[in-house]
Design a protein around this ligand. Sequence first.
Ligand SMILES: Nc1ncnc2c1ncn2[C@@H]1O[C@H](COP(=O)(O)OP(=O)(O)OP(=O)(O)O)[C@@H](O)[C@H]1O
Length: 320
Amino acid sequence: MVILREGLCPGLSAGIVAVLKANNVKTVIDLVASDLEELARKCSLSYKTLMAVRRVLLAQYSAFPSSGADVYEELKSSTAILPTGNRKLDILLDSGLYTGEVTEIAGAAGSGKTQTCQSIAVNVAYNLKQTVLYVDTTGGLTASRLLQLVQSRTKSEDEQVASLQRIEVIRVFDIYKLFDAFQDLRHQISQQLLRSGEPLRLVIVDSVCAVIYPMLGGKHTEGMAIMMQLARELQTLAHDYHLAILISNSITKDGATGNRPALGRSWSFVPSTRILLTPTELNCGHSIVSLVKSPRQPTNLQLDMEIGICGTLEENNLSS
Ligand SMILES: Nc1ncnc2c1ncn2[C@@H]1O[C@H](COP(=O)(O)OP(=O)(O)OP(=O)(O)O)[C@@H](O)[C@H]1O
């Protein structure tokens, strides 16, 4: 509900707002729903001025319906699916990570979130030849591990270098620096300033809780507001630039329902897809991956995923 105020649109002066308010016309809806002839008479205002103001407000605040066919066409032109480099994980995710969506990997410390993020980054950079922005908020990313993962894909040094150049790494350790990084990203995309020159398709934030948790102590409501600002930023980045966004999150232990992704109910609406990693006690270097939220798949799917020298990437028979 938008309140009428001076400058909301051309012609809406403080005087007009005051007169309208005195006649119980306080919001945009009140104004567009009024009989303008009668209102002009009651308020001693020019009918022409009110009409012009209403026309601008209608253009600014109306929702224009679009047909199902238009929505489907937009979806087809803006959606790409990025395979993760692990066939079983792709089946669980209905082919991979979708652009325009936020996907979350949740799990306890050591469950393999960072290894999964790095492996997916390498797969997108090497196999798909697309740029990845990797935002490291925990210091968990190491260049030597990235190189090891790339080396598991190719022996060619040129290809290794080219793949590593497609992974842009930013290290930020607080949420304000993260907002700055996203601001820079918008600027770089709009000016086509990405260093690799290849299209950016994937943004990874490992992890979101590392920058959100410090905000949730003390003034809780302020922290929640900042958390939801980050949520909006991730969703609009994914939507506006057709990016797949992959975030990692920790878990909270709940006596009644077992482990569940951290950051509470408000955050649970942010990712479209959520997977939960649980290390297996019997099989070291393996995690059970459970699909806990998905817009396309049943959420009882599970798989056993190995996390080894090749991360979560499948073994590759290197030829040259
Ligand atoms: N170079 C490596 N080679 C093989 N396996 C590795 C390697 N590095 C890590 N791992 C495996 O990955 C596990 C740790 O995974 P990872 O660091 O991704 O956990 P995490 O969920 O990100 O933890 P945290 O929340 O503490 O960052 C280790 O227990 C180990 O099994």
